[in-house]
Design a protein around this ligand. Sequence first.
Ligand code: UDP
Length: 259
Amino acid sequence: MSQVTVKTDIRGVLFDNVTMDEAAAKTAELINSEGLDYIFTPNSEIVQACIDDPSLYDAVNSASLIIPDGIGVVYASKILKRPLKEKVAGFDLSKRVLDYAAKNGKKVFFFGSSPAKDDVPAVCDIAAEKIREIYPGINICGTRHGYFSREDTDNIIEEINSSGADILFVCLGAPKQEKWIYENREKLKVSLAMGLGGSLDVYAGTVKRAPGIFIKLNLEWFYRLIKQPSRIGRMMNLPRFLFGTIFFKLSGKDKKNTK
Ligand code: UDP
């Protein structure tokens, strides 16, 4: 298990203050180090979930690399006067990992997203097919959709371990995927696991990522809201988090190191 040492505390979540290039270099190191390492990509919603349910901190902070997957976390770091260098989107890091895997013969397993329905294959299988086109030669050694009961967990882990995967994408949404990896960290035999939310949907094309201009203007959250208005309830956590952070700073709680 490898650990990055310089951490930036944003409301109790210990982020690594890295650029995308630094995160990608660190990820390659983790893939090649002994034992399991895992990467989490919290956004404002997940940090707010930790504030609301502090039992989540242990799972989230146990990762070897924690990157800010959202501009809200970067704004919060500025409010707290310990700025993170940049937003490092989990999806973008996953592309770097797939590229690395294809070039270095590392096996990848995709776990999560919707099962097959009628004639439509499971999202993880559609994603695998698309990814094989984008990264020729990539070895995707297994896929498993993300709808299961607790009793299935050991079988799923057995399936992942016996596939010989080096890298595991866990795409169950947050905080389910963080809890799942944390709870099963002793059993997983992969080198690297990553919690990647809806990334397989984006690779499969069932969910569109925001056009570049939205990403550039830091309005990716707004695009998601227009496309999936049902997310409004979840998204209210973003202003809750930012206003909460301003209050947290002004009230001096930051200095007392309370969350
Ligand atoms: N999902 C899953 N199992 C579950 C719940 C969700 O595999 O029990 C999948 C869901 O199909 C989707 C992903 O997890 O592919 C969640 O996507 P979302 O964009 O909501 O994730 P976020 O990154 O916002 O947490």
